[in-house]
Design a protein around this ligand. Structure first.
Ligand SMILES: Nc1ncnc2c1ncn2[C@@H]1O[C@H](COP(=O)(O)OP(=O)(O)O)[C@@H](O)[C@H]1O
Ligand SMILES: [Mg+2]
Length: 291
């Protein structure tokens, strides 16, 4: 295909040899399949700040540590330069998260760098070598649903041990390769220790997975993995290989009504957004994926 403008600098620099096709685009980015030498990779191009929506909300950014002190000072001032630095910090959040999570043994696409606002990463494929489907596109047996759910929970635990919460985990942001689930789409990743909404975000992520896999394995619908892992995390007892039960003793925890209401509100909002996204996808004129 013709090289999109945003990818031209990477072609000129020899980082990309050829742009092969565009995948169905999501809310915040366009993803292209590109050839780099003998490898086929994905190039994720972020939309302009004003076209992006909820993920950049302050709620997600709270507690993020800016390691570059010059940038931190610039961001604190509300100047145009400060805003540019803020935007840059947001864009690098996904590639930072991918490196951190790969190091923590979470199954995510292997990152190959972030250049000119474009994230280059491993293309996740199915057993035939074609672009992997999203969880939302597959039908699972009960046994597969239980196995994949267990793997996602293990990855969420490892993420939490690495200090991160996905923040937008759903059947649209998990791909399925020959081995199982692969978590993608992390620019909004939430700092687990420094963000006041961390517990609520974790619960929403984990409950989305429960609802999805619960369609194929109803036994999952009565589990409480989010509560269990957050209690262990807060007690400093969560480890990358912690074996969870899915059970949680509510009697020993004082109900926090405000937090519960926030979870319910978030879930409603998420559902409305999902419906809107499905409508968008239906009338999109982009090249559909072969699934
Ligand atoms: N590494 C990858 N391998 C294969 N497909 C991918 C990869 N990254 C993204 N995609 C495809 O592109 C779509 C959009 O990417 P995503 O990171 O979820 O961005 P958005 O913020 O736009 O939702 C995904 O739903 C998926 O179908
Ligand atoms: Mg997505």
């Amino acid at each position: 295909m013709k090289t999109p403008k945003r990818l031209q600098p990477l072609v000129d620099d020899g980082l990309i040899d050829e742009v092969l096709m565009q995948l169905m685009s999501g809310k915040e980015a366009q993803v292209f399949v590109v050839r780099c030498g003998d490898d086929v990779r994905c190039a994720k191009v972020f939309k302009e700040a004003k076209q992006r929506s909820f993920k950049q909300a302050v709620q997600y950014q709270e507690g993020r540590k800016e390691r570059n002190s010059r940038r931190a000072r610039a961001m604190a001032k509300k100047t145009r330069y400060g805003q540019k630095e803020q935007e840059q910090a947001w864009l690098t959040a996904e590639v930072d998260a991918l490196y951190r999570l790969a190091a923590a043994d979470v199954r995510v696409p292997k990152p190959y760098g972030f250049v000119d606002g474009v994230l280059l990463m491993e293309m996740i494929t199915d057993a035939q070598g074609d672009v992997a489907p999203r969880l939302d596109d597959v039908t699972l047996t009960e046994e597969q649903a239980l196995r994949y759910h267990a793997k996602v929970i293990q990855d969420v635990v490892r993420m939490l041990c690495a200090g991160l919460i996905h923040g937008d985990l759903s059947e649209f942001n998990v791909l399925v390769d020959a081995e199982g689930p692969v978590i993608i789409d992390l620019p909004q990743a939430v700092d687990a220790a420094g963000n006041n909404s961390a517990a609520v975000m974790l619960e929403r992520d984990v409950d989305n997975m429960r609802a999805y896999f619960g369609r194929f394995a109803p036994a999952l619908l009565t589990t409480h993995y989010a509560k269990e892992m957050w209690a262990l995390y807060e007690a400093g007892e969560l480890h990358p290989d912690s074996q969870l039960t899915g059970q949680f003793d509510f009697d020993n925890h004082i109900a926090n009504v405000d937090e519960l209401m926030a979870v319910i509100d978030d879930a409603k909002e998420e559902e409305a957004e999902r419906q809107a996204r499905m409508r968008d996808d239906d009338d999109s004129d982009e090249i559909p994926q072969p699934y």
